[in-house]
Design a protein around this ligand. Structure first.
Ligand SMILES: *Cc1c(COP(=O)(O)O)cnc(C)c1O
Length: 432
């Protein structure tokens, strides 16, 4: 499989380069040059197949020219070690629970796939890959847990001291093995700046193979299409149309759903649901695309003012804005509306997290205006991950799932560091 840059279709690279580079040199996003279409006879068999079997077919269609069947099997088995149950919430409305992985959010799928793929692509190299990550919380935990124990890859996480919640911090500072956490005396922007400087430093890049694992990397983006195939296969078979509502921030998740559609999955409608960081819903409703500074909300993993995967959305429709706006409807909600939805759905016996609540509401508003649909909303995080918000909104005490509670018993292991690049560079130079 080969990839082009969304900034220049002439710039083409192979899988290894797309994954190790992450971003094209012209700052474009990598996109597959050809998207394979799965035969209908195969899709018709998915309802009888397991998640892993479906994953093997889909990843096989995408990567067969680059990876062996054994590698594809290994990749899929490493990624899909937990289920993504489709839970009926009410008539024609289903929650796709993507929070059963190690850090209880959907980013676990992409992080696990990415780590394994990087290690495979580097197998014949005697160089170790160093993944540098600056985090304000969620990305660090998903990447650290996804890469834990993976051969040939070492992860270095920079996080701002005292600015990450205790639970989030525990999820990436207690692991050890190939995961190192650096506690930076500064803010998130300092961490990000230090990482960016390292990528540009000639001396470091001569000595070390540095890469990033952020959400625009194709190795994190592509595997997200798997659970759309799986969810679709678990819906009741009838003549209703199918809508998927995706609570969105950087728009990678929904773009992966559209990739599944391009591969032949007959999804009729996408719903992009956001909080008040509503650049994309505004665009879909007729305004110009206008990036803005992000606004803090209760669904804080979606507080994105300049969604990084937007070029991917356009590319999936061949630049046809009309087709994009037709196939993807945009909705946005305030924190008050989010809490109201959480309360209302809790009353029917289902507990939403603030992100899933935004997705649910988008789906409901769409279905109100469009009949003959059944719909799936993506529940992107476990409610326990946003415990404070959920407990306050619903006036209850949540018990943390065991695997989340287990992190709290771990011992924090960090190296402390100032916020200047020289110190970070010395640290990196001392690695071998
Ligand atoms: C990252 C994240 C999102 C947003 O996903 P995108 O792919 O950036 O649109 C939504 N919900 C949760 C819980 C997240 O962690």
């Amino acid at each position: 499989m080969k990839f082009y840059s969304t900034n220049n279709s002439e710039h083409q690279v192979n899988l290894a380069e797309a994954v190790i580079k992450g971003l094209a040199p012209d700052q474009g996003l990598y996109m597959p040059i050809e998207i394979p279409v799965l035969p209908k006879e195969l899709l018709d068999k998915f309802p009888e197949m397991t998640f892993q079997e479906i994953g093997f077919e889909v990843i096989g269609a995408l990567f067969a020219s680059t990876l062996s069947p054994e590698q594809i099997r290994e990749l899929v088995d490493h990624t899909l070690t937990f289920d993504a149950p489709l839970v009926k919430v009410e008539e024609d409305v289903y929650s796709l629970e993507l929070f059963h992985g190690p850090t209880l959010a959907f980013k676990d799928f992409g992080a696990r796939f990415c780590s394994k793929l990087m290690s495979m692509l580097m197998e014949k190299s005697d160089q170790k890959v160093r993944v540098l990550v600056a985090t304000s919380g969620d990305t660090g935990s998903a990447v650290a847990n996804g890469f834990l124990g993976v051969d040939g890859v070492e992860v270095i996480i920079l996080f701002p001291k005292g600015k990450v919640s205790e639970l989030q911090e525990k999820q990436f500072t207690t692991l050890g093995q190939n995961i190192t956490a650096l506690e930076v005396d500064g803010v998130f922007d300092d961490c990000q700046k230090m990482v960016k400087e390292a990528f540009l430093d000639a001396e470091l890049n001569e000595k070390l193979l540095l890469t990033s694992a952020n959400s625009i990397n194709v190795a994190r983006w592509i595997p997200q299409c798997l659970y759309y195939f799986y969810a679709f296969s678990r819906l009741p078979q009838n003549d209703k149309k199918v809508a998927f509502a995706v609570p969105s921030g950087n728009f990678g998740n929904i773009a992966a759903g559209i990739l599944a559609q391009r591969m032949g999955l007959p999804i009729d409608q996408f719903i992009a649901a956001t909080n008040v960081n509503k650049v994309v819903p505004d665009y879909l409703n007729g305004a110009d695309f206008q990036a803005m500074s992000s606004i803090a909300t209760l669904s804080n993993s979606m507080d994105v003012g300049n969604p990084s995967n937007f070029p991917r959305l356009l590319a999936l429709y061949g630049g046809d804005e009309h087709a994009l706006k037709d196939n993807v409807k945009g909705y946005f909600y305030t924190d008050e509306e989010t809490v109201e939805v959480m309360r209302q759905v809790y009353g029917t016996g289902y507990t939403l997290d603030p992100h899933g609540a935004v997705g649910y509401r988008g789906l409901k508003d769409f279905m109100e205006e469009n009949s003959k649909f059944q719909g799936v909303f993506l529940e992107t995080a476990h409610p326990g991950k946003f415990r404070g918000t959920v407990e306050k909104a619903l006036d209850l005490t949540l018990t943390l799932p065991e695997r989340l509670a287990a992190f709290m018993d771990g011992k924090k292991m960090v190296e402390s560091m100032g916020n200047d690049f020289a110190e970070f560079k010395n640290f990196l130079k001392s690695l071998n």
